[in-house]
Design a protein around this ligand. Structure first.
Ligand code: GAR
Length: 202
């Protein structure tokens, strides 16, 4: 299965996908930051890539659509893509766009998730992969990974602990979709043939 990956920055989740490619192939990278390390990584790995200036999001989405129509990917993966896609765009690719977010959604959409978890004295934290609709970090949650919050944790220590688990969560989830173990049937998500009632824990 071909996947198109959208990024905005460092690209460590993109690197995890490129290093895994279990049943899927990163066919194109779209990036809205010219100086992003992830864009450099795509270039170094010989992955076709497009920088899109997102200051006019309507125009940007139209360029992104053209890339997608040319690539015809089975899945679009937002891996640290820090722009909100419009409802028109997400409806056009319904159940085809997934996002990874560093919180146990529906809790803590948006930025600074690690600090907000600490401020609320939460004992558990984690990351989620979900289908994308037109709202911020919103849509059906597919899979999650958890970490315990320790008394001496800081936002940085939580981010460092979580990122390697994010890589496993994302590559594993994309692999399951690519290998048709996770799919949509009768308007609901199925895992190995059975309806998935709660997010898959990875
Ligand atoms: C990751 O932690 C990802 O979960 C987060 O951005 C980071 C990107 O890191 N995404 C969001 O916050 C989306 N709302 P990376 O560029 O090293 O993959």
């Amino acid at each position: 299965m071909k996947i198109v990956v959208f990024i905005s920055g460092r690209g460590s989740n993109l690197k995890a996908l490129l290093d895994d490619e279990n049943g899927y192939k990163v066919s194109h990278v779209i990036c809205n930051k010219r100086e992003a390390k992830g864009l450099q990584l795509a270039q170094n790995r010989g992955v076709t890539n497009t920088y899109i200036d997102w200051s006019n999001s309507k125009q940007a989405e139209s360029i992104a659509s053209t890339v997608i129509e040319e690539e015809t990917p089975g899945l679009i993966v937002l891996a640290g893509f820090m722009r909100i896609l419009s409802t028109e765009f997400t409806a056009k690719y319904k159940n085809k766009i997934i996002n990874i977010h560093p919180s146990l959604l529906p809790d803590y959409p948006g930025l600074n998730t690690h600090q907000r978890v600490l401020d609320d004295n939460k004992s558990m934290h984690g990351a989620s992969v979900h289908f994308v609709d037109g709202l911020l970090d919103h849509g059906q949650v597919i899979s999650q990974t958890h970490i315990k919050v320790q008394p001496n944790d800081t936002a940085t220590s939580l981010a460092n602990k979580l990122i390697s688990k994010e890589h496993k969560l994302l590559t594993h989830t994309v692999g399951l979709i690519a290998n048709q173990q996770l799919n949509w049937e009768n308007n609901s998500l199925h895992y190995t043939g059975k309806p998935l009632e709660a997010p898959l824990v990875i």
